[in-house]
Design a protein. Structure first.
Length: 421
């Protein structure tokens, strides 16, 4: 019998802020998205005030001021590093682990069948808290779906206190009855709306529903989800990170941009980041697409356009991509338009060793590879923007740059921002 545990960090972004600012414990705290647009993380105290997920900041400004809610901009450097520390701690308890997201990981507990799993999970919980300061909840089940459900209940139940073991069949149906159908892993809003119409409102209803009806509407994945609720494992741990089939980088501007030079700098920055992502997974792109759009809510003046380029030889070399991206941008840029968003998509990716070379290519690919490797190493050791391309602009106050007006220091990744005690 396989046994899975899902370790999930509680209100992760908020918890990261609290580690370095203990005064925030017990206070309402929210973390905002890029450009301080909307709430993407909330403490339990903020949730109790009625602050919803993804609500725009301007709509809750009165509540924030009135209830003294502490507000932070997203600090991805801090959150990414804290996530790595949590995952490194989890690996010490089991060698088989699937990092599912920045704040979640599935653990293989199969070899601990003769161990008190609740006690073992509490040991993990306390060790992660001791090593990182991050509180976690752990759900245990004989399938990944049941582990997800157990984790969801563990977070909310005072009795569970952050750990729930659902490997015993005695308690599974009781737990499933508490879970609305839309909260079952793998069932989206569209399927949930249909299932409610045929009186399938909870995970328990779904478990005992007619399999043929499920299969007809949801296909084999729906049947697998149903089997997982019975405790039959249909999804194994994915211990090797999946390689992206495409890489996209885009941003929405806080204020519209009309100047070509500013758009060019923004696009060059996105291309630079996209090329880094390609090199991180040893991929090369055969196709690059650049696009622009104005405010989609202003339908009378809405404008969208894109252009693509096929590279003769698949590449992940930043200067070559920036040069071609600027040519594509010139083809779609229109004077007088107020652009709200720009982006780049790299597609038709090929892995290292599978690149078809061009006999007549004038580029020195060996030299380019060495240059990219050197720049990536400098940025990895000294900070992402330590070495950057002039095409991205030398000033840090360009209007296209993402604004973080309430961002805390990068306590763990920047020598100049270390916590002062």
């Amino acid at each position: 019998m396989t046994v899975f545990a899902l370790a999930d960090c509680n209100n992760f972004y908020v918890s990261c802020e609290r580690v370095f600012n203990p005064k925030l414990v017990g206070k309402p705290v929210i973390v905002l998205s890029n450009n301080d647009g909307c709430a993407v993380a909330r403490s339990n105290e903020a949730k109790n005030l009625g602050i919803k997920m993804a609500v725009p900041y301007f709509k809750i400004k009165h509540l924030i001021d009135g209830e003294n809610v502490h507000v932070f901009s997203s600090n991805y450097a801090l959150y990414g590093d804290m996530s790595n520390r949590v995952m490194q701690t989890l690996v010490t308890f089991t060698p088989v682990i699937e990092i599912y997201s920045i704040d979640e990981a599935f653990l293989d507990f199969t070899n601990f069948a003769f161990t008190n799993l609740t006690d073992y999970a509490r040991s993990i919980q306390s060790t992660v808290r001791k090593n990182t300061g991050i509180p976690i909840s752990i759900g245990i089940g004989t399938s990944k779906t049941l582990a997800k459900i157990a984790n969801r209940i563990a977070k909310k139940s005072l009795k569970a206190n952050g750990v729930l073991d659902l490997t015993s069949s005695t308690y599974i149906d009781i737990a499933l009855e508490q879970i609305p159908i839309e909260d079952v892993w793998g069932i989206g809003k569209r399927y949930a709306a249909y299932l409610k119409l045929i009186n399938i409102k909870t995970a328990l209803d779904f478990k005992y529903a007619d399999t043929q009806i499920i299969k007809k509407k949801m296909g084999i994945n729906g049947v697998r989800t149903q089997k997982e609720l019975y405790g039959e494992s249909c999804y194994s741990l994915e211990t090797t990170p999946s390689v992206r089939k495409s890489v996209a980088v885009s941003r929405t501007f806080k204020t519209p941009i009309t100047c070509f030079d500013e758009l060019s700098q923004a696009l060059s920055s996105y291309i630079s980041r996209g090329a880094e992502k390609l090199r991180e997974q040893d991929s090369f792109s055969e196709n690059m697409t650049v696009y622009l759009l104005t405010n989609r809510f202003k339908k009378e003046s809405f404008y969208y356009n894109s252009r693509s380029h096929v590279f003769t030889t698949a590449t992940n070399t930043t200067p070559e991509m920036i040069r071609q991206g600027k040519l594509l941008l010139k083809q779609i840029f229109k004077e007088g338009k107020e652009y709200k968003k720009a982006g780049v998509v790299f597609s038709n990716l090929v892995k290292k060793g599978c690149v078809q070379q061009d006999l007549f290519s004038p580029s020195d690919h060996t030299r380019s590879k060495k240059l990219m490797k050197a720049i990536d190493k400098v940025n990895s050791q000294m900070g992402r923007h330590c070495a950057q391309y002039a095409a991205t602009g030398l000033s840090k106050k360009q209007p296209w740059r993402t604004s973080f007006n309430y961002r805390s220091p990068a306590y763990t990744t920047d020598w100049n921002q270390l916590l002062i005690v």
